[in-house]
Design a protein. Sequence first.
Length: 337
Amino acid sequence: MRSNTSINNEENSYDSDEESKGKHTPIHAPPRTETASLTTHIVLISLYVILWTSESLVIHSAKDVDYEKASVTLAVEVFKLTVASILYFGYGGGSIKEFVEYANRGAMFFMLGLIYCLYNLLRYYALTISDPGTYRVMINLRVATTGLLYQVFKVGDPLTPRKWSALLLLMLGCAIMKWGELYVTLFPIFIISILAFLGSAGGVYNEKILKKDMNVDINLQNVYLYIFTILFNVLSILLTDPVLLTSPSTLFRNWSSTMLPMIMLGGGGGFMTALMLKRLNVLTKEYANGFEMLSTALLSFYFFGYPDLDIKVFLSILVVTSSIFVFYWEKLPFSQK
């Protein structure tokens, strides 16, 4: 899954007096998503798409290398924890005392780390029991489930009929590209549906509980979160293939120079996901996912010669683009009175 709190130093403090005295405090006011400009949306979505598309292409380029996927996943989390720790304890002036003092808040990341670990494990399983076309179409159920959870838990402003229409268009647009490649069987659909729900739950949980109600310095949030994701990743290896932890040569077999950009892009994508959830919202992330899917398809054709750019791809682009105009209509300059 794509991760959730980000590298970013908040500038606004709840206690301006403490700030004026030069005293470091890890508590910061959360940014309000309502004030984010259209430019902010475009910049963050563009960076998100660039990072995750690049990561997908690098991973695909190494598809013939027999490396241990768990080692790369673990390395990405270690990379993110290292960067977050440097930013908080080094650049941000944080201390071990503060880290311990706010541990009770950090404990809330336990559930988020668990959700993401389950998502990653189930994702690999879903990809082994279903064809890519069915997976891509069904995983877009998370657009609808995200909207429902967003509404049920009252995250941000209520969704208007126009925005609901836009979300349904987005889901349709993402599904069109793979629609003719469906091979429907009940069990894979059930598993992918659970996966879609977990993806939605992780994003909504982050925005509702962690962003709105837990105003800890973003870099400290990262440190807490990645500690839990590393622990859960190690636990998942223990449960699925414990030999990997006792045999480094097996865990890191066939590592090459390709692993470094894979890790850095995966870490950067995770940080950008977090920044988007912190500054914008989980629904905006779903639009970024739609763009990522389309850009990955186009660049895969350019670099690898597949998939074919047939009418479904261009129709998908048209529907997704239309959905974006509908969703962001009030932010567009020509829609202003």
